[in-house]
Design a protein around this ligand. Sequence first.
Ligand code: SAM
Length: 177
Amino acid sequence: MTASTFASSAEPKHHPDYCMAISQSLIHNLVNLLPHGPAISVLSIGSGTGLLESLLSPLLDDSYDLCGVEVAPNVNKYLPEQNMYFVGGTWDLCSQAAKAHVWMFTYPREPKLILRYLDVYDHANLSRIIWLGPKMDWQSDYEATFASSKFSRLTVLEDSGAAAYEMVVIAERPLQA
Ligand SMILES: C[S@@+](CC[C@H](N)C(=O)[O-])C[C@H]1O[C@@H](n2cnc3c(N)ncnc32)[C@H](O)[C@@H]1O
């Protein structure tokens, strides 16, 4: 099954190259979650093979720059080289995060990495963090992490197109009173 078959699948389907099950509606919902603007930078931190990201890219116009971040160059299979950043180890951060408007974390390994990013690169133009992964991980590890962070306004995306045991959450800054 090719990556493009996934993009047109109504039901979420697993591809051996990606942790998150992918469906057409998941892809479209993710596109709709992105802010609009003249130059929007989206950074997928821990993009793995880049499969999901490569399915989003063709749906984005030129105002978007979608890049992945990984530890080892040989993990990436689907994103063009110029759309990839690499860090020195699992403890390391990518400085492009300081310019990105959206951070995506799909099946991150641990909440600590997100907290480190927020500590170092929280900046005014960062509009939202999109978290994708297993519901169990969200409830056990990530919900509390985000709830006590500056991005504590959490919205679980309904009918996200994810598998029944997975979810998509949008984390944003609290609204000003
Ligand atoms: C569980 S995998 C998920 C990969 C992909 N998002 C997916 O869903 O298939 C987590 C990925 O995060 C990457 N990773 C771990 N620490 C990282 C860091 N500090 N910066 C960027 N990527 C990191 C790992 O190399 C791994 O590919």
